[in-house]
Design a protein around this ligand. Sequence first.
Ligand SMILES: *Cc1c(COP(=O)(O)O)cnc(C)c1O
Length: 372
Amino acid sequence: MTNAFQKLAVPGVQLLRPYLPGKPVAELERELGITNSIKLASNENPLGPSKKAVAAAQGILNKINIYPDGGSHELRHLLASRHGVSADCITIGNGSNDILELVARAFLAPCYSAVFSEFSFAVYPIVVQAVGAEARIAAALPADHQVMPYGHDLDAIIKQLEPNTRVVFVANPNNPTGTWLDKDRLEQFLAKVPDDVIVVLDEAYYEYMPDDLKPDSDALLKRFANLLVTRTFSKIYGLAGLRVGYSISHPDVADILNRVRQPFNVNLVAQVAAVAALDDDAHLQQSIAMNNAGLMQLSTGFKKLDLETIPSIANFISVHLGREAAPVYEGLLREGIIVRPVANYNLPQHLRITVGTDEQNTRVLTALEKIL
Ligand SMILES: *Cc1c(COP(=O)(O)O)cnc(C)c1O
């Protein structure tokens, strides 16, 4: 009987496999009876949240009997002024994941297709399949590519576009690789995509990019009406647990997303914490500095262990172990260290490791040396 329910699910959902989150610390400690473990698996900010955001969140807790502002007025207006657009260009989501889903529900259906690169964020195939649309995968740049091994091949993405393509997903920097797109090539790419295709430029790790590599996405939005840029408070802003992200797009696109959005998709606490986090530049700068130091520490450490890495400017780095990664992942778990296996991304010999504090990075390098 239970099997019969499988057949009741709509076709796209029948074939779906759920997103695999990083293993929670509490779960590992329960399983192994250990304490003091660390999680470098979900690209969370090792510095923690902004103290201003925490204070704002605490300050609103006695009002949680009230529905949040369904239009996220204050946050939306603040973001609009930051990006130099009008507030009707901003859509706030329950994490940027919510926005990705809104895009799929609003612009995709079984007769349409979406295109993204091999080694792309695992949520893209989920949101596309869930609405029964076709996912068309463009091969990534080869592992021995001189400039950007495993990176997005924008020409290959263009080649995958079909007349029924409605959405393209491109993450910059990309997860799980950490690779990035050349600014000029990104612009040339946008110029080649037909204007009836929505380009989702997922900038979850934008703030970590060195300034000279950052595309001016606000300027690109003015030139390309079919561009939708997503950002999140989950990564550098350290608010992953509250779930808040947003998109900047043409107001007509935002209007369409708003039609499928849950009326109160972003909770009260998240809205005020995000507003406060935007006002904490010191936290942002400190997070960037810590990440730069950590990226350097980890890449130097991996080099000493003779391990190759995928070039990364995000807050994580994917390391090639030259053998099956699963047993190494298990070995790290026994040392109380949770990292991210990426076999589900078709990278069975890599582990993705989030940049942690100095101490956490040392711990993962020491454990890796011991295991290998
Ligand atoms: C982490 C991540 C997100 C953000 O997810 P939230 O729902 O905002 O927490 C979006 N895109 C990519 C590529 C990510 O890695």
